[in-house]
Design a protein around this ligand. Structure first.
Ligand code: DGJ
Length: 725
């Protein structure tokens, strides 16, 4: 078995282990107090023997970036994690080990802190490693406190650095664009730096994602091989650099993007980087991905142990064009279908500048009297009488120039002091969240909305622009480049306050679809809207990529009308239903637009979803067939005690007549017997009579498998597996 040994730094006098159930990160302290990463990968019981192999090895210092946390100014010629300008203008660092401690946060979580100090300046850096034992996850971040007597500037401060030494490195990135997010591309890394980054400031995960898969030795495989899944918990600009050096060693440096972000830190102030989340596995990306999901549900995602309701969102069924009657009709239909939450999307506010399209009203959060003369209360009560909970859309960070707020507070707008023509995106500008007054205003808007309308139990938090007009009229000139970081921290501080006051309100990270799908944002949300594209075939790819990192239960997936509004494609209702069921199922149409046969199928499937959703929302996800390979996509979910599972298969293209999809199931108990029942039968037609209602052992299903025939693009099948005694 190839271990990724990294790095052989000489004369280690002490080794600091950071370990989970199966993973180990070992840091070495050399006799000259330099801290290096000796090894990261499969946990070893005999790490002290590593030390023996180091004896006699001449210290290479940090010439080739082999530090646990590399810094600029002491001979390092590779990409570095830290660059600082001290109070006296000196731009170098020489950090040496001071102390380390490991604290037990819970039986499952330990945090190791390694403190480094500059050997001249009163400048201390602490490296934090939080190890989640059972899920094999490491969280890595860095903290700096300015102990100098004037401002210092953090020109670059990464969250962490991880090194490998393997023959080959394969990097999978997740990228795309609006309505086409999280596409996977794998490439073999060659010499030099490959960097993944965004400079958008807001809505940062739509075209790039702060997540990557690194596969060592071979291209990424689902069930075998050495892989690292990494993700940054940050909803702003990020940068990952992957540098293969002249010795074919790889350093990964990840953190906030340093572009235009040299951070001025006042004396006594502390800077804490976002955490870099690392899931390492020797059993392929599937294992690491399941570990990430379990970890996120337990530790990050809001209420990750609570069943998610079935939602009807008004957007695609009404857009801006509604009145009370249209909405109450929608609620009637939703209640009839068995939906649990009705969400009123954009268009409900603005009077001087009525929000009848995207051009005006954003910022003016008063109910539009013409559309909704009886206010929100009437709609909330109507929903309640129908047995529905009520949710509402809001885009509090953004503003239309055509709004009361823009006229009243032009100084609150990002870029307003730049004396340049403002660039709008979707006719909107961004509010300056670095300004505490603006933070307060946004907090109050939402607080007022929720406290005066007690029946609101869900918020869809949108953000449809990224930063195009850089600059803040609040920040002093020497702090301008703090903008990108302070914006995100300002946003998080609003969320923090709201979470305390409204712990039971469900919050969706919508952000234009796919714009805030990251572990930083997940701390404040119960779910995310992975894409504005509701086409089930597109979602086969978008959700596939998204769910490598981010849990299924948080992935909002809605059944919408055909032809699809984003792609104009027509797909069978069954496929749209089946795809929505692979995540947090919802509906996004006017129910009265469906005929009675469609309504019956949708109603039955919502009922079925409610019965099986715990397996999907809390179960382990096994990917069986990739949509990137042979025109089929298939995945299954298995509950924790392996008594229940649900298998989904989709055809993403047409196939030859005799082509079948051979599926070897996964994650079952080989000894248990399972009965297979086909779900969501369209018009009562059972697709695969051969296995429907049959009983098989887990062993058979995993080793021999089942064959499914899905010939045409848009065909799909769902099996429920239940243990029989
Ligand atoms: C973009 C979102 O992603 C959509 O779902 C919808 O809420 C619109 N904004 C509303 O303007």
């Amino acid at each position: 078995m190839l271990l990724s040994l990294c790095f052989l730094v000489g004369n280690a006098t002490m080794i600091i282990p950071v370990e989970t159930k199966s993973t180990g990160l070992y840091l070495g302290i050399s006799s000259d107090q330099k801290v290096s990463q000796i090894y990261f990968g499969r946990k070893t019981e005999s790490f002290d023997e590593l030390n023996k192999t180091l004896n006699g090895t001449k210290s290479t210092g940090n010439l080739y970036g082999r530090d646990a946390y590399s810094f600029w100014g002491n001979g390092n010629v590779l990409d570095v994690a830290l660059q600082v300008t001290h109070a006296d203008g000196n731009m170098t660092c020489d950090l040496r080990f001071v102390s380390q401690k490991t604290i037990s946060i819970s039986p499952d979580i330990k945090e190791t802190v390694v403190v480094l100090k500059d050997n001249y300046y009163p400048f201390t850096v602490s490296l934090h490693y939080k190890a989640y034992f059972s899920t094999d996850i490491l969280e890595v971040w860095t903290e700096v406190e300015n102990q100098e007597n004037k401002n210092i500037r953090l020109d670059k401060i990464a969250s962490g650095l991880i090194c490998f030494d393997a023959p080959d490195y394969y990097l999978t990135q997740f990228s795309g664009e609006w309505a086409d997010e999280m596409h996977m591309t794998e490439e073999k890394l060659s010499r030099g730096i490959k960097s993944l980054e965004t400079k958008k400031g807001v809505r940062t995960t739509q075209s790039e994602s702060p997540s990557f898969i690194l596969s060592l030795n071979t291209p990424m495989q689902e069930n075998t091989g050495e892989v690292l899944l990494g993700a940054l918990s940050w909803s702003g600009n990020f940068r990952f650099s992957f540098q293969v050096d002249q010795y074919n060693k790889l350093s990964i440096i990840a953190g906030v993007n340093d572009f235009n972000s040299a951070y001025t830190l006042e004396p006594k102030k502390k800077f804490v980087t976002p955490s870099l989340v690392l899931a390492y596995s020797m059993q392929g990306s599937g294992n690491a991905s399941r570990n990430l999901h379990t970890w996120a549900r337990k530790n990050i995602l809001r209420d990750g142990n609570t069943v998610r309701p079935v939602v009807l969102n008004s957007w695609e069924g009404a857009y801006f064009n509604f009145d009370e009657k249209k909405l109450t009709d929608m609620m009637d239909g939703a209640a009839e279908l068995g939906i649990e939450m009705f969400v009123l999307d954009d268009g409900w506010f603005g009077n001087n500048y009525p929000r009848n399209n995207a051009k005006m009203g954003l910022g003016d959060w008063q109910v539009n009297n013409q559309k909704l003369p009886h206010g929100l209360e009437y709609l909330i009560n109507y929903a309640k009488n129908k047995g529905l909970k009520f949710g509402i859309w809001i885009e509090p960070e953004m503003i239309n120039p055509q709004s009361d707020l823009a006229k009243k507070h032009p100084e609150w707008i990002v870029g307003s002091n730049s004396h340049r023509e403002p660039l709008t995106l979707r006719d909107q500008l961004i509010l300056d969240l670095t300004n505490p007054q603006v933070q307060e205003y946004i907090y109050e808007v939402i607080d007022r909305l929720l406290s005066t309308n007690k029946g609101i139990s869900y918020i869809k938090w949108d953000a449809n622009s990224h930063v195009q007009n850089f600059g803040s009229s609040f920040l002093k000139p020497e702090f301008q480049s703090n903008f990108f970081i302070d914006y995100v921290n300002g946003l998080y501080s609003i969320y923090d306050r709201l979470m305390i006051k409204y712990p039971d309100v469900i919050v969706q990270a919508c952000s234009s679809g796919g714009g805030r799908v990251d572990f930083g944002s997940m701390k404040y949300h119960h779910e995310f809207w992975p894409s504005d594209n509701t086409d089930a075939l597109s979602r086969a790819f978008i959700q596939w990529g998204t769910n490598y990192f981010y849990p299924t239960m948080a992935t909002a997936a809605h059944v919408s009308k055909t032809p699809n509004h984003q792609t104009s494609r027509t797909t069978p209702l069954k496929m749209r239903i089946d795809m929505a069921m692979t995540g947090r199922m919802g509906v996004e149409l006017q129910p009265s637009d469906l005929d009675s046969v469609e309504l019956k199928l949708l109603k039955e499937s919502i009922n079925t979803y409610k019965r099986i959703r715990e397996v999907i929302q809390f179960g382990d996800l096994y990917r069986l067939a990739s949509p990137y390979e042979n025109g089929h996509s298939s995945m299954m979910y298995v509950n924790q005690d392996k008594t229940k599972a649900v298998v989904f298969a989709f055809s993403t293209q047409n196939h030859y007549k005799n082509e079948t999809l051979k599926l070897s199931l996964n994650g079952l108990d080989p000894i248990k017997k399972y009965k297979l029942t086909e779900l969501n039968q369209s018009n009562g037609v059972i697709s695969n009579r051969s296995v429907n209602n049959q009983v098989f052992s887990g062993d058979f299903l995993m080793n021999f498998g089942i064959s499914i025939t899905l010939r045409f693009q848009g065909e799909s099948i769902v099996y429920e597996l239940q243990q029989v005694i």
